[in-house]
Design a protein around this ligand. Structure first.
Ligand SMILES: Nc1ncnc2c1ncn2[C@@H]1O[C@H](COP(=O)(O)OP(=O)(O)OP(=O)(O)O)[C@@H](O)[C@H]1O
Ligand SMILES: [Mg+2]
Length: 340
């Protein structure tokens, strides 16, 4: 049987995997629960569900931070145990990994090392810049375009990519994502209601209310800990509070996008004005984000279907198409500076 090929988009919030043999795409949370500092207790979605609910001897850790691998061994373990959930998992597979562009070579190489130096014994590892994977996932013509602009709104990062003539011409990785929005929500709830809420609760609030919604009167009842009495309490949190909280990180993103747009060479800029801007990444599901971006930037904006899967869908197409295969490259190539 031919060896399997996996496409990996390793996010700070979720790991997305394309499995060629089964022709399927799945995702799991990038989380791992550790018992007594040394024993793995749970991985992926199961570990995430335990966050903020575990006794003190179980710690839930997130092995990726702001788009890069921060706990290498945990990440390696997590990825392998998720892949091995499928009993047909075999060693010696080929891997194609989407990597951020605006990071150091050492950070980029860590994605490569994650599978090449592991018990999975990868037979071949290639990387694709995430902006390119997103463009392919959006069914855009990467080879022949004069200018594309993609913003990938993720859990802890926002990656801005400008593509022209078959490659990335400008790229910026902002260290702002969904979890920063959630922190702002938690901070404002604490300030206005003297109520301490966790990360998962603020995520629920943010996902429900989003950026724009005609309904200004709605609220959600959430549970937290009263800061004055110290006991668990339920409170109604209004939509306007959530919107006020996420305004600042949103404006930060818009400002960074505008700054990048202003620096794009005129020919490419013209094509981008014509093609509009594309939103990918899980946070692009946020109700109203597309309209907000359109109004703030004065550009036509389109959001990918299932935006969190856009990059991994691009990897799927790159893996399956002979024509697109050249968009992936090896870090072992002669012209790649790092490993010779
Ligand atoms: N339906 C939804 N509505 C609003 N937000 C959503 C929705 N689905 C996912 N998100 C948010 O999207 C974010 C995760 O997006 P994504 O999976 O693209 O991140 P990631 O790739 O893991 O992170 P990064 O690229 O920053 O390393 C989370 O903050 C999550 O709350
Ligand atoms: Mg991502």
């Amino acid at each position: 049987m031919a060896r399997n090929v996996y496409g990996l988009d390793l996010g700070s919030y979720e790991i997305k995997v394309y499995d060629k043999r089964q022709d399927s795409i799945w995702k799991e949370k990038t989380a791992i629960a550790i018992l007594n500092d040394n024993e793995i207790f749970a991985v992926g979605d199961d570990a995430y569900a335990m966050y903020e609910k575990t006794p003190s001897n179980i710690q839930v850790v997130f092995p990726m931070k702001q788009g890069v691998i921060s706990r290498f061994n945990n990440m390696q373990y997590l990825l392998q145990s998720l892949l091995k959930k499928d009993r047909r998992f075999a060693r010696g597979a080929e891997y194609v990994i989407a990597v951020p562009t605006d990071v150091t070579e050492v950070e980029k190489k860590a994605f490569f090392d994650l599978v090449i130096h592991s018990t999975a014994k990868a037979s071949e590892v290639n990387i694709v810049e995430r902006g390119i994977a997103d463009a392919v996932g959006l069914n855009l013509d990467v080879e022949n375009t004069n200018g594309l602009f993609i913003a990938n709104f993720g859990g802890e990062t926002t990656e801005l990519s400008v593509i022209a003539g078959g490659g990335i011409v400008m790229n910026r990785l902002l260290k702002t994502g969904g979890s920063d929005f959630d922190q702002e929500v938690a901070a404002l709830v604490r300030y206005n209601h003297d109520l301490l809420i966790g990360r998962l609760t603020s995520e629920i609030l943010r996902r429900k209310f989003g950026v724009f919604n005609n309904d200004n009167s709605s609220f959600l009842t959430v549970a937290g800990r009263d800061l004055i009495t110290g006991v668990p309490q339920s409170r109604d949190i209004s939509i306007s509070l959530v919107r006020a909280a996420i305004r600042e990180p949103l404006e930060e993103c818009v400002h960074a996008i505008q700054t990048l747009l202003d620096r794009i060479p005129p020919e490419v800029r013209k094509a981008i004005t014509h093609n509009g801007m594309f939103l990918t990444g899980g946070l692009a599901n946020l109700p109203g984000l597309e309209t907000y971006m359109e109004e703030s930037l004065g550009l036509k904006v389109r959001t990918a279907v299932e935006p969190e899967f856009c990059a991994v869908t691009g990897l799927k197409q790159i893996i399956r198409s002979r024509n697109l295969k050249k968009l992936a490259y090896s870090m072992l190539d002669q012209n790649y500076r790092w490993i010779n």
